[in-house]
Design a protein. Structure first.
Length: 258
């Protein structure tokens, strides 16, 4: 077969079909994109270790399955020997901090991997935030990271912000649908969320070009708008794309930014 793209979303695929998936991936040398999102896979199937070694696979979407940290272990062990994968999505899988830790360690030399989607993967804990910070620190090759909708509060985002000031490769970051309440940023030494992100973090980071704060709680009012406006007026600002939709800035705040 010379097929290069297969989409099998929402087909009730479970681990009983892992044998067929293994056969597909090991026998095909032209497949670059496979979408298995919205199924019932856990990936607790050892033969998959060989399947994910597929040297042609560039895009793997495993969003919205039943993958937990143990499944991530099998996945990462296989992908460790894959030198072609560019994009991996584990969105809406309950991998937690242990799953991120496994990815960070096992794929730390996976320089082909440029984009990782960990949105809604149950990282709303101190350990989860610390593992994300470690991932940003260790994966110096990563260019795009989605950690949206993880219930990350401002306190949990603090170590991530620290690593962003040191990072020089990440270009696209999605923090949408997380929580940035002012009082928690104050506890971390900042006056508000916008102070931490736009006054302290982004001016130091020179690589980030796109930041998504869509529906992020805590970005609101003229004070936050002032920090954002000041950053955007800086001719050396690296951001070229900023999503502030549904953040509570309202007309008055938006007017200050525009």
């Amino acid at each position: 077969s010379c097929i290069s793209c297969i989409v099998m979303e929402k087909n009730g695929i479970n681990d009983e079909m892992c044998g067929k998936i293994t056969e597909l991936l090991t026998s095909n040398s032209t497949l670059t994109y496979i979408n298995l999102a919205k199924n019932s896979l856990t990936l607790k199937y050892e033969p998959l270790l060989n399947a994910f070694k597929n040297s042609s696979l560039k895009i793997l979407d495993l969003s919205s399955n039943n993958i937990e940290s143990e499944g991530v272990k099998y996945l990462a062990s296989g992908l460790k020997l894959n030198n072609s994968l560019v994009y991996l999505s584990l969105r809406e899988n309950d991998i937690g901090s242990n799953g991120v830790q496994i990815l960070t360690k096992k794929l730390s030399r996976q320089e082909s991997l440029k984009s990782l989607n960990l949105g809604k993967t149950n990282l709303n804990s101190k350990d989860g935030a610390l593992e994300l910070a470690q991932l940003i620190k260790s994966w110096s090759f990563l260019e795009e990271l989605d950690i949206s909708d993880n219930g990350l509060t401002s306190t949990l985002l603090y170590p991530i912000c620290v690593e962003l000031t040191l990072n020089s490769t990440l270009k696209i970051l999605n923090l949408s649908l997380n929580s940035l309440e002012h009082r928690k940023f104050k506890a971390a030494g900042f006056t508000c969320a916008a102070d931490a992100i736009f006054e302290q973090c982004l001016p130091v980071n020179k690589s980030l070009t796109s930041l998504n704060l869509h529906s992020a709680k805590g970005i609101s009012g003229s004070k936050d708008a002032g920090f954002i406006s000041k950053y955007l007026e800086n001719p050396k600002a690296s951001l070229v794309e900023l999503d502030l939709s549904n953040t509570g800035l309202k007309a008055k705040g938006c007017k200050l930014i525009m």
